[in-house]
Design a protein around this ligand. Structure first.
Ligand code: HEC
Length: 121
């Protein structure tokens, strides 16, 4: 784990801690079956993430959902895995098709979404 990843992990932790709100029924139901929960972001996936997605998803560039902002990610995940994957593959508003990662497989995107959403930390 190099310094860059430590910083990302730190940001994600801060966002996680400050995103702690009173749970409601919908949230706790959702947490019983998190989206992309079988998709683990290993070092290779995180490398691709840091070279492409990080550009926008750390700062929230152009309204990109910020890594670790669980409330925002849960809102987006509510549309379902297939719909959100389609938006990544085809692009969606200011989100570029494939997120500028031409070498990414669908399995990479799944793990990246789980990583950003914190559904499989
Ligand atoms: C050029 C900036 C940029 C890059 C690079 C980028 N994104 Fe995004 N992404 C965005 C923006 C902006 C949005 C919000 C679009 C909206 O809701 O209008 C977004 C939204 C998303 C969403 C939510 C889509 C939805 O249906 O709500 C996912 C998932 C996502 N990005 C994944 C990725 C992944 C994975 C990568 C890297 C492979 C990546 N992004 C790279 C800008 C970027």
């Amino acid at each position: 784990m190099n310094l860059f990843y430590s910083k990302i992990a730190g940001l994600a932790l801060i966002a996680f801690l400050s995103g702690c709100t009173t749970p409601n029924i919908e949230t706790s139901q959702y947490l019983n079956s998190p989206a992309f929960s079988n998709d683990v972001a290993n070092t290779a996936v995180l490398g691709k993430w840091s070279r492409s997605c990080a550009l926008c998803h750390i700062t929230g560039e152009a309204g990109a959902p910020v890594v670790g902002d669980q409330e925002e990610w849960q809102r987006r995940l509510a549309q379902g895995e297939q719909a959100i994957l389609k938006n990544v593959l085809e692009g969606y508003n200011a989100m570029p098709a494939l997120g500028y990662c031409m070498s990414c497989e669908v399995s990479d995107f799944r793990a990246m979404i789980a990583y950003m959403a914190g559904t499989n930390p």
